[in-house]
Design a protein around this ligand. Structure first.
Ligand code: NAD
Ligand code: TYD
Length: 367
């Protein structure tokens, strides 16, 4: 884990995080509260995928000092005026933009909300931040940064060889990745046209605690625990490059504070696996930990493929390693085993958030 004060400086920074009630944003907020003296504003519309339990636990642990450094701003970025007011209130030195609709399957069923949040929302935020940045004092203006968090999915689908890097051409193929690509282009345009000091990062699939159970890893764990069929899309040979969320948070802090302005950094955890390998590893861990009547392997079931399913994602993270000194700490199998343990210890949270979202792992995104 990187040392935060040496990157963020001694004097408290005002940091506006969008999407801090989500999976990755939540890990970032918790890290900043625990290990820095930053003043953290969490702008989030608090959607079905949001939850503040992890942040509340950290605040309870740290006491009133941390309470004073944290504020939730419950705002939808689609509302331009509310977004402007939020930025005015937070008066940030650094903005880290993670808010987005993030699930590919949902984007297939209902792409409009992805356009609204990921494109219009990012546009509204950029406009609000530009106004704020232009009005800053000379010193604050010089050190201000806007960090846009994006995905490797904007680069499309790889064949068996090669990895994405910062020069990979954009070729998004799902409604989700198309809207993320659009937001990347908006951020880049605001840098070139208005001079807004931006940094972009494109990361691979994250995993770890507190991920909403609609993404592969928590879905598989919960299905297996409940003795339900584990859905493997298509032939299970699609490849994702898994990155532990805490390694991602390290990379985000490095990129936000030390990244070259106007530049992109690709972040990946050297964790390439087929979906079948991931599912089988989870089943092995669960078989070792639970005394089930039947092995979890018997639940693995091939189901119809996702429309437009990208075959393979993989990241070459050489640039962030050599230029910013980032190093992932989690080896995938070890990180996955810890994640399985976390979900087993937090089944109550899973039940709570599934009830809150009224989503229980049913198949979506088949058009
Ligand atoms: P998530 O779905 O868990 O959380 C996203 C958060 O953004 C939610 O709390 C949601 O309420 C909020 N949000 C969405 N639209 C909003 C709006 N219009 N206004 C205000 N808040 C809004 O997502 P995540 O997995 O934490 O992903 C965070 C970011 O990282 C996203 O931008 C995503 O594209 C990117 N990313 C995620 C992954 C991954 O594997 N999870 C991989 C690559 C990139
Ligand atoms: P997902 O977690 O939705 O992330 P992304 O689509 O952003 O990569 O899916 C990861 C991979 O797992 C993807 O190739 C689709 C596949 N998958 C399944 O096989 N079964 C499932 O139930 C889910 C949710 C995903």
């Amino acid at each position: 884990m990187i040392d935060l004060p040496s990157h963020l400086g001694e004097s408290p920074r005002r940091i506006l995080i969008t999407g801090g009630a989500g999976f990755i944003g939540g890990a970032l907020v918790r890290r900043l509260l625990r290990y820095s003296n930053s003043i953290v504003f969490n702008l989030d519309k608090c959607s079905y995928a949001s939850d503040l339990t992890g942040i509340k636990e950290v605040l309870a642990d740290l006491g009133s000092e941390a309470d004073k450094r944290y504020q939730l701003l419950r705002v939808d970025l689609v509302d331009a005026e509310a977004t402007k007011e939020c930025v005015r209130k937070a008066d940030p030195d650094l903005v880290m933009h993670l808010a987005a609709e993030s699930h590919v399957d949902r984007s297939i069923d209902a792409p409009n909300v992805f356009l609204e949040s990921n494109v219009i929302g990012s546009f509204n935020l950029l406009q609000a931040v530009r106004l704020h940045w232009e009005a800053l004092s000379k010193d604050r203006k010089a050190s201000f940064r806007f960090h846009h968090i994006s995905t490797d999915e904007v680069f499309g689908s790889l064949g068996n060889a090669g990895r994405f890097n910062e020069s990979s051409p954009y070729d998004p193929r799902s409604p989700y990745s198309a809207t993320k690509a659009a937001s990347d282009h908006l951020v880049s345009a605001w840098h070139h046209t208005y001079g807004l000091p931006v940094v972009l990062t494109n990361c691979s699939n994250n995993y770890g605690p507190w991920q909403f159970p609609e993404k592969l890893i928590p879905v598989v764990i919960l299905k297996a625990v409940e003795g339900e069929l584990i859905p493997l899309y298509g032939d299970g040979a699609n490849v994702r490059d898994w990155l532990h969320v805490e390694d991602h948070v390290d990379a985000l802090i490095l990129a936000a504070t030390k990244g070259e302005l106007g530049s992109t950094y690709c972040i990946g955890g050297f964790g390439e696996r087929t979906n079948k390998q991931v599912v089988e590893s989870i089943c092995r861990f669960l078989d070792e930990r639970l005394s089930l009547k039947n092995s979890c392997f018997s639940l693995i079931t091939k189901v119809p493929d996702r429309p437009g399913h990208d075959k393979r994602y993989a990241i070459d993270p050489k640039r962030i390693i050599t230029e910013l000194g980032w190093k992932p700490c989690f080896e995938f199998e070890a990180g996955l085993a810890k994640t399985v343990d976390w979900y087993l210890a937090n089944i109550d949270w899973c039940t709570y958030i599934r009830n809150k979202a009224n989503y229980f792992g049913e198949r979506i995104g088949l058009t």
